[in-house]
Design a protein around this ligand. Structure first.
Ligand code: HSE
Length: 313
């Protein structure tokens, strides 16, 4: 069936899960981006409209993540037709919720449908990465869970390096996103260029423990592993307002652990039921607002579906 226009949705994601820098990511239910792609009579890709970004994203297709991903896909197929992309950003920019990955994935999922699904979901990964790389380098810890849903190990940037992981039954998350932008490239520039062998041993042990905890449905061990990061969080902590206070507050309200979502500033508290997640999210929002920082907060769970097609015409 040939379509002239396809609309899709892609969920928020948090990368790293604390200790798994660039190799672990999780899709989150609720928030996300939408895109509509349509063929146009003229050649070239155009971004015809973006809503929800406060005019901050580039409309220039050379500079726009969605357009770069779409171009990579069309070029791979030798497709010469021009494309119109409309984006609705539901995710705040530079927030640690995988906004750039969602722009790439939502466009690629919609375009694949428009083209008659020439690629499997997994095969779409390299095109998404081309767009993501424009703003934050070649790492798939947001694009892979955004595309596939769930909790994902990305042991590399090729399709065969991606491994879906088990999702503990009671895993809930409280999110708090204070109103400060933390561009990923700036947060990456703060990271150490080398780590000691002692740190390497600790860090790899914690990643192993985290994956084991997922397989054993053990939220306490999962939380301990998530907070076991001795390399990335210490380097970035200064970019996250009230990190220490929020971790203590979240735990007083019943959270198991708290980690930075991707490059931040979103903070993610691991909780074992929806009531605790709501209480923790509300408490973090109130505390940020008391410090004169606006904040989006919510209780959520893992999104298992990944990006989806919403409508075809
Ligand atoms: N793994 C990435 C980072 C995620 O922490 O820099 C943000 O894009």
């Amino acid at each position: 069936m040939a379509y002239s226009s396809v609309e899709a949705f892609a969920p928020a994601t948090v990368a790293n899960l604390g200790v798994g820098f660039d190799i672990l990511g999780m899709a989150l239910a609720g928030m996300g981006d939408k895109a509509t792609v349509s063929w146009r009579d003229a050649p070239e890709i155009v971004i015809s409209r973006i809503d929800g970004d406060n005019a901050q994203l580039p409309r220039d297709p050379q500079q726009n993540v969605a357009a770069v991903s779409a171009r990579a896909m069309l070029a791979h197929l030798g497709e010469k037709r021009g494309l119109k992309i409309q984006l609705v950003k539901g995710l705040p920019l530079a927030s640690g919720l995988g906004s750039s990955a969602a722009s790439a994935v939502v466009t690629v999922i919609a375009l694949n449908k428009l083209l008659g699904n020439p690629f499997t979901r997994e095969q779409l990964l390299p095109f998404c990465l081309e767009g993501e790389a424009l703003v934050s380098g070649y790492h798939a810890d947001n694009v892979a869970p955004c595309l596939l849903g769930g909790i994902v190990l990305v042991a590399g940037i090729t399709v065969d390096a991606i491994q879906p992981l088990p999702i503990p039954a009671d895993l809930h998350v409280a999110l708090a996103t204070p109103a400060v932008a933390v561009p990923t490239n700036q947060a990456r520039a703060l990271l150490p260029k080398t780590v000691s062998l002692r740190r390497l041993i600790h860090q790899t042990g914690m990643v192993g423990r985290l994956i084991d905890a997922l397989h054993r449905d053990d939220l306490q061990a999962l939380g301990a592993a998530m907070e076991g990061d001795l390399v990335i969080e210490p380097a970035r902590a200064g970019l996250m307002p009230l990190l220490v206070e929020m971790r203590a507050l979240a735990k007083r309200k019943g959270a198991i652990a708290l980690f930075i979502g991707g490059a931040g500033p979103t903070l993610c508290a691991l909780c074992d039921c929806v009531e605790v997640a709501r209480r923790v999210a509300d408490a973090m929002q109130t505390a940020y607002r008391a410090a004169n920082l606006d904040c989006i907060a919510q209780a959520t769970r893992v999104d298992c579906a990944g990006a989806v097609v919403l409508r075809t015409r």
